[in-house]
Design a protein around this ligand. Structure first.
Ligand code: FAD
Length: 378
């Protein structure tokens, strides 16, 4: 039996980042059911940072996270975590209204003349793509360095990461949680539920009302084409959100931007979905596919309002939600973890979060119970 101040369930980017913060002052144990940290959604992302992505509170978390990305603590990582990657939004003739609406609604996007567009995207099919916008403030995130940096920071602070530990039951008595796993029993006054697609299932195990999380499958693949792709090419995004792609070495990383409802599981790519997105991309880029190097899928898990769920459950003392990271878990991780840590430690929200208009109430699980009266009825 192990006793710690905090048990974090889930060693993805959410669990790793909050464990790094809390372990500075608390004893922390991280439990994950898989043989290695980051096996599920965290190991399957597109690794992009965009301040124009997500709902208003998500954008604020992304902006606040720039502080950490720009000034990463020494010893966290020996190279910058962000490297510039322009994002180009492309439109066919029938998508010009959507492109104009996007330009008006978002910051930091510039209209590209056709000459500029064709210069930046050398393979563009000029018959099919007629206009584009450039977001200059986009970045690639070194997601592996970010995730392993947080795990190293946690370990250096004395935290323990235990893989192959599936949480099977949770019970609370006298302000202390008992957490049963496939490899032993743990006790802690605080549990952080960072279980990604399984976060509602963890809540149910604990007798806490679920918040209605929806895991949505997204497919991705790395494809070799008849020509090596220019490594400096921008991230290309269909303005209708039907596909995106980016250079990955001399190949293309691509996704159909699918959102297929799924139970929590080890998601996998359907070959038909990969074939369909290759077809879409070869309509707009004059490239011939040679080989699918690899393909996979991951679950992007959303709360009903597409805002993260961060805060203590109103119906169970010591049960803390850190869930619903959707498609933004990396670009928001520094600020989400700081917000979560300030709530767990009951300290004031750091200034750089407040300066972005962030407020803990926006993310609180309480929002799902307001007006519902008795929690037992939900
Ligand atoms: C194709 C794709 C593209 C993406 N692109 C981007 C992007 O460009 N930028 C960005 O910021 N984000 C992106 N994301 C989103 C990002 O990857 C996620 O928001 C993030 O990884 C979620 O992290 P997490 O820690 O919440 O979940 P996970 O990584 O899934 O971690 C949850 C962990 O909980 C563990 N667990 C579950 N149940 C139990 C249990 N009973 N006992 C013990 N352990 C348990 C699991 O094993 C898992 O390791 C993308 C996602 C996908 C799929």
């Amino acid at each position: 039996m192990i006793e710690t101040d905090v048990i974090v369930i889930g060693a993805g980017i959410a669990g790793a980042s909050v464990a790094a913060q809390l372990s500075a002052t608390k004893s922390v144990t991280i439990l994950d059911m898989e043989g290695r940290a980051g096996y599920h959604t965290t190991g399957r992302s597109a690794a992009i940072f965009s301040e124009n992505y997500g709902t208003v509170p998500i954008r604020a978390l992304t902006r606040a996270s720039r502080t950490f990305f720009a000034d990463t603590p020494s010893g966290f990582c020996d190279h910058p975590l962000l490297s510039p990657r322009g994002i180009i939004y492309l439109a066919r003739a029938n998508q010009l209204t959507t492109l104009k609406d996007f330009e008006q609604a978002n910051l930091g996007v510039e209209h590209l003349t056709q000459a500029e567009l064709y210069e930046r995207v050398p393979y563009l099919n000029k018959r099919n793509i007629v206009a584009g916008l450039l977001e200059v403030g986009g970045f690639d995130i070194d997601v592996n360095a970010l995730h392993t940096g947080y795990l190293r920071q946690a370990r250096n602070n004395g935290a323990e990461l235990l893989c192959n530990h599936t949480v099977t039951s949770l019970g609370s008595r006298g302000g202390n949680w008992s957490i049963a796993t496939t490899r032993g029993l743990f006790h802690a006054p605080v549990i952080i539920n960072a279980a990604g697609a399984w976060a509602d299932e963890i809540a149910i195990l604990a007798g806490v009302a679920p918040v209605g999380l929806k895991p949505l499958k997204r497919t991705a693949a790395i494809v070799k084409f008849d020509r090596p792709i220019n490594r400096d090419m921008c991230f290309l995004n269909d303005i209708g959100e039907n596909w995106y792609c980016r250079p990955e070495g001399s190949n293309l990383f691509l996704s159909p931007e699918d959102e297929i409802p799924s139970p929590p599981c080890d998601a996998w790519a359907d070959d038909m979905d990969v074939a369909a997105v290759i077809e879409q991309i070869t309509e707009v880029l004059d490239l011939v596919p040679v080989k699918v190097e690899s393909s996979w899928a991951g679950l992007r898990t959303f709360a009903p309002d597409h805002i993260f769920v961060i805060g203590f459950a109103p119906d169970a003392a010591g049960f803390f939600w850190l869930a619903g990271q959707g498609g933004y878990g990396f670009q928001t991780a520094p600020a989400s973890a700081a917000l979560a840590a300030s709530l767990v430690l009951d300290t004031s929200l750091p200034d750089y979060l407040q300066e972005q208009g962030l407020d803990a109430a926006q993310f609180s699980p309480n929002r799902f119970w307001q007006g519902k009266g008795n929690l037992d009825e939900t």
